[in-house]
Design a protein around this ligand. Structure first.
Ligand code: RIB
Ligand code: CA
Length: 324
């Protein structure tokens, strides 16, 4: 089986944690490392959270790289759960993992150049504000040749925004970075709120994460049970989205999704900064620059995430199982 060679660029983040653990458990994916950015919470907390998540995965071979502490141009905004800061030890155990010396942007540049040299392109799963990726592309445009695709969770086209009425958070937090990535010429897969809102996870699903009895599953169960992401008024039914894990599911089981080509972009200034548009009908004089993922098999995605997290339990002796 040929594996995807993946850098996960993240701002952990509860749903980032699910994406990272799903990727680390999936044989189809070779996680080359994590590049971490400020977003949901400040950089020092996203770094701590990344180290904790990799710690509970048991994959101490995975490198974690500190990246941008803020957006390229706009004032900094944090996620809805900014008050969380770093995950408490009760929710996710302390980890001895520490970030690597190499800055996230240097890490992305180095791996992309090596990939271009070797003819074995990398995938970047962009599940936070895209500041690190934009910096790599602007400072060293040649690295685009080493990036086969950027699978990004971000934007909102038919759905309204959730941090402002018009914007999804990852794009809102750094719209200039998003526009640089969208216009970079690198093949982009865009997974917007329109899509991620189609799959809602409930308490029984969170319990399923913990049923495996491994630290990773229990940490996820703890996180999702503690930080309620449901919104019946908005979604019309119980449950909440796990946005970022969809980027991993897209690589593993693309048949769960439907997608269309479009020209996408975002507004980088003014009241509606962070607003994203998708032109599916060639109304603009610009060729399509993205694959926009429009639909997901909800049950298929939910079951895939649960199944992959359950793989952590296969390595845990009964004596060491946690109580979720
Ligand atoms: O809008 C959802 C996105 O913003 C997710 O990636 C979440 O983790 C936050 O980064
Ligand atoms: Ca995220």
């Amino acid at each position: 089986m040929s594996r995807f060679r993946v850098i996960i660029d993240a701002d952990p983040g509860v749903d980032d944690a699910a994406a990272i653990l799903m990727a680390l458990a999936s044989p189809e994916i070779d996680v080359l490392g994590l590049s971490i950015v400020a977003g949901n919470v400040p950089l020092q907390d996203t770094l701590t959270n990344a180290c904790k998540i990799v710690g509970v995965s048991g994959r101490n071979d995975v490198s974690i790289h500190a990246g941008a502490a803020g957006p390229l141009v706009r004032d900094q905004v944090f996620g809805r759960y900014a008050r969380i800061g770093s995950f408490s030890d009760e929710l996710v155990p302390h980890s001895s993992m520490v970030p690597a010396e190499e800055h996230a942007v240097r890490f992305i540049v180095r791996l992309a150049r090596e990939a271009a040299e070797a003819g074995d392109l990398i995938t970047i799963c962009a599940i936070g504000p895209m500041t690190n990726i934009a910096l790599a592309l602007v400072q060293h445009p040649d690295v685009a040749r080493g990036i086969g695709q950027i699978v990004s969770m971000g934007g909102a086209f038919t759905a309204l925004g959730h941090r402002t009425p018009w914007a999804e958070f990852n794009v809102l937090a750094d719209p200039h970075a998003a526009e640089i990535v969208y216009r970079s010429g690198v093949p982009i897969v865009v997974m917007p709120l329109d899509l991620t809102f189609q799959a809602l996870f409930t308490a029984e699903h969170f319990k399923s994460f913990g049923d495996c009895g491994a630290a990773a599953g229990c940490a996820l169960c703890n996180l999702f049970s503690t930080f309620d992401r449901s919104d019946v008024a908005r979604f019309g039914r119980p449950g909440g989205p796990i946005h970022d894990a969809m980027t991993i599911a897209w690589l593993i089981r693309p048949e769960l999704f439907a997608s269309r080509k479009a020209t996408v972009g975002t507004q980088v200034a003014g009241l509606t900064m962070g607003y994203t548009y998708a032109d599916f009908h060639r109304m603009l004089d610009r060729p399509p620059n993205a694959t926009v993922v429009t639909n997901v098999d909800e049950a298929g995605f939910i079951n895939l995430l649960i199944e992959r997290i359950s793989l952590y339990g296969s390595a845990v002796p009964d004596s060491k199982r946690c109580e979720a």
